[in-house]
Design a protein around this ligand. Structure first.
Ligand code: XMP
Length: 514
């Protein structure tokens, strides 16, 4: 089935993905394409509307990102330019854009000066918006009407006849509280979408698609990590082809306490997956022996994963496909300033295996954002315990034990992690942070316990807030909570006499310590 599509052209704004999520929240499918996409390609996609994103450039820079001039002539759907997108279309259509005396950043008041302005139907005449821009439109192009001002400056323009709209502010961010209504007006009233992108329709269509792709013969394997993405992907494929999919859940000896046993049980009993639990901890410890360098740890673990998978796949026989829980943010050809190279690595992406074994990929979640995956997981009956789980890196505790890894250190960190998790749940903190974990430092410090001097390990606690793991801030956790965790760790875990809290954001730090 062909869904209604809103196409977002990305000019490098940090908010581009947020625009996409706001559109999807309305039950309308949308895709992000780089600004370099040709008009011909855009027309082939037959979008119901096009949104030009913001971006860090100035339209007057010689190398500023542009669209083909014919875009404006040939596009047969409404267009909305946001921030840079508005400046670009204003300039391209012979309006006048000038640099502002200073960069405007933060809250502003928008005054609607035309009751008929289509983007602002059913909205008050004045409301708060969020600005972040250096240039501004000083005269609207011919045929355009100024429909919104902020402090006297042009902030919203519209050409009702050509269905082209421009907003200087960002409707997609939470700081523009009525932004959601503006997006709604655009996708429903202006573009005429009905909203045919729902969790139920997605599940139904995806199951059909997987059945068609896999065909009548051959097997499929899936690497489960215990996290949200691989679990949702596996359950979808199971709905489609049942036990012809074998899931492989590997114990690399670097999981959290009891995680292998409890997750395996959940996969088998609650989700009825055809799953093989492979305990390969000894093999993983062997390839980590005396290794201290973080990248070498990752590489050795990755290689071992592939070996374990290969051995299992050979045992199953006639394997044609590998299921992966790749998400939309990993496949967007974004021009965002982060660049393509810093995509988060995930262990369910069993890198190297597909080429080596000549496997084709099934990636049922590659059009989805994480919050959509959670909704679909919920509709597929996956327990909250998995859906709300914090992300956990493929190399597991290997990148949270600095220096040489031993089984003893893993056990110690598992005990600390258990306490941290228990208290986060007790203090109702777990769901408020994006990720939280302890790190075992490779140093001993002096302490005193009873009448005795101790010389033992230091544990660092890391808890962060984030929306995608690309940037993060350290979580302002309550002191009472930190106090409780610290005293429980030093009292209950032998070998730790000091607990510190990491107050580094990302950047400049990374979330993991290695
Ligand atoms: P960093 O440390 O790069 O982490 O700020 C960003 C997010 O990615 C996770 N992470 C990994 N996940 N394999 C994974 O599957 C890895 O090698 C890996 N390294 C980091 C990290 O936990 C955080 O969520």
């Amino acid at each position: 089935m062909q869904h209604e599509l809103i196409l977002i052209l990305d000019f490098g704004s940090q908010y581009t993905q947020l625009i996409a999520r706001r559109v999807r929240e309305q039950g309308v499918y949308c895709e992000i394409a780089p600004f370099t996409v040709s008009t011909e390609n855009i027309l082939e996609k037959n979008p119901k509307g096009v949104i030009l994103s913001g971006g860090p450039n100035s339209v007057y820079e010689s190398d500023a990102p542009r669209i083909e001039p014919e875009f404006y002539e040939k596009i047969n759907a409404p267009v909305l330019g946001i921030c840079y997108g508005m400046q670009l279309l204003a300039k391209d259509l012979n309006g006048n854009v000038q640099p502002s005396a200073k960069r405007e950043y933060g809250h502003a008041k928008l005054n609607i000066i035309n009751d008929k302005a289509k983007l602002f139907q059913h909205l008050p005449k004045e409301f708060d918006v969020w600005m972040s821009h250096g240039d501004h439109v000083v005269s609207a192009p011919q045929g355009f009407e100024i429909v919104g001002l902020s402090d006297g400056a042009i902030t919203a323009i519209e050409n009702a006849e050509r269905q082209i709209f421009g907003l200087q502010f960002h409707p997609e961010v939470a700081h523009t509280p009525l932004g959601k209504e503006i997006i709604k007006n655009f996708v429903f009233n202006i573009c005429g979408c009905r909203g045919d992108w729902t969790s139920t329709s997605f599940i139904k269509e995806e199951i059909e698609k997987i059945r068609r792709t896999v065909g009548e013969t051959g097997n499929v394997i899936c690497g489960l990590s215990g996290g949200v993405d691989s679990t949702v992907a596996a359950v979808l494929v199971h709905e489609a082809i049942g036990n012809r999919q074998t899931c492989i859940f590997v114990n690399n000896g670097l999981l959290r306490a009891d995680e292998f046993e409890t997750t395996l049980e959940l996969y088998k009993q609650n989700l009825h997956l055809n799953v093989r639990g492979v305990d390969a901890s000894k093999d993983f410890y062997a390839v980590l022996k005396n290794v201290t360098e973080p990248e070498t740890k990752r590489k050795n673990i990755g290689r071992k994963f592939i070996e374990v998978f290969e051995a299992e796949a050979t045992r199953i026989g006639d394997v044609k496909y590998l299921v992966q829980g790749t998400l939309y943010p990993d496949v967007i050809e974004s021009v965002s300033l982060r660049g393509a190279s810093v995509t988060i690595k995930s262990h369910h992406n069993v890198g190297g295996l597909p080429e080596k074994m000549n496997l084709k990929l099934i990636e049922p979640l590659r059009e989805l954002f994480k919050d959509e995956v959670r909704l679909i997981g919920r509709d597929l009956g996956i327990p909250n315990e998995i859906l709300q789980r914090h992300p956990f890196p493929g190399p597991g505790m290997a990148v949270r034990i600095l220096g040489v890894i031993t089984e003893e250190k893993v056990k110690l960190l598992q005990s600390v992690n258990k306490i941290f998790d228990e208290e986060m749940k007790a203090f109702d903190v777990y769901d408020k942070v994006w990720q939280a974990f302890p790190v075992l430092l490779p140093i001993d410090t002096v302490g005193v316990m009873g009448d005795f001097r101790t010389y033992e390990k230091v544990v660092a606690l890391r808890a962060i807030t984030s929306t995608d793991g690309m940037t993060a801030d350290w979580a302002r956790l309550p002191f009472d909570f930190l106090q409780k965790v610290s005293s429980r760790i030093t009292a209950e875990v032998r070998g730790v006499n000091r607990v510190v809290y990491d107050i580094t954001s990302k950047p400049p730090g990374t979330i993991e310590w290695e």
